[in-house]
Design a protein around this ligand. Sequence first.
Ligand SMILES: NC(=O)c1ccc[n+]([C@@H]2O[C@H](COP(=O)([O-])OP(=O)(O)OC[C@H]3O[C@@H](n4cnc5c(N)ncnc54)[C@H](OP(=O)(O)O)[C@@H]3O)[C@@H](O)[C@H]2O)c1
Length: 236
Amino acid sequence: MPTVLITGSNRGLGLEFTRQYCQAGWQVLAACRNPAAAPELAALAAQFPALELHPLDVADFAAIDRLAKSLAGRPIDVLLNNAGVFGPRSVADQDPRQTFGAMDYEIWSEVLRVNLMAPMKMSEALIANVAASAQKKIVAISSVEGSIERSRGGIYAYRTSKAALNMLMRSLGRDLAVRGIVTASFCPGWIRTRMGGANAPLEAPPSIAGLRQVIDGLTPETSGRFWLWSGENLPW
Ligand SMILES: NC(=O)c1ccc[n+]([C@@H]2O[C@H](COP(=O)([O-])OP(=O)(O)OC[C@H]3O[C@@H](n4cnc5c(N)ncnc54)[C@H](OP(=O)(O)O)[C@@H]3O)[C@@H](O)[C@H]2O)c1
């Protein structure tokens, strides 16, 4: 039975990943900030004995080390860095704090810590688990908003965090190839979650089904690429 570790598993895309991997018969290590306040996860855990819940705030790097210690010796086939934050919304909430002239640098630091540094810390802390697995994959949910070629300006904290996350996954793919590890970053599309909002055109299930297929098909030859959920490569 392959194993996936998913961050931010309590709602949105992380919850849908958790549900689908459980249904596919995987062992799922579902990490989230507060499992006690995650009723959907609890319901899944009651249905699927191979689902384990782990408390984890990915911004707390000591907590990541503690989680890694508790998982020592257990192979992780797919390390799925999903947890993410968007930051202030200039359009929906008229909040300008990630627009030019009004940047909030504390918020920018927090967004970078969660979206960019945490996936690096997770990778460093859990490298032995991934290397010991059959599939050896480290992946991250990025966004097309992090595509340099496609930038339309604005949302500086989120955009720069995802552009840098793409660089991180690409570079990890190069550095960890000697250990047989394959990396990828993904855009799930614009999805109806708390982050995506009510106007998003897509629901989570087809996007996550597509992403799982892309993850299944990753090979050393395709390591380090930036993929759309439907399986096309995206421009950097
Ligand atoms: N929805 C979209 O249209 C879309 C498009 C492109 C990319 N993405 C990316 O997809 C990923 C998932 O997004 P989503 O749409 O599912 O968003 P969401 O509904 O807002 O869920 C975000 C998840 O991240 C978790 N999270 C945030 N900060 C965390 C922290 N410090 N430690 C642990 N978990 C934390 C949240 O946990 P709490 O409940 O504890 O806050 C929640 O589980 C993100 O990386 C996002 O950038 C989404």
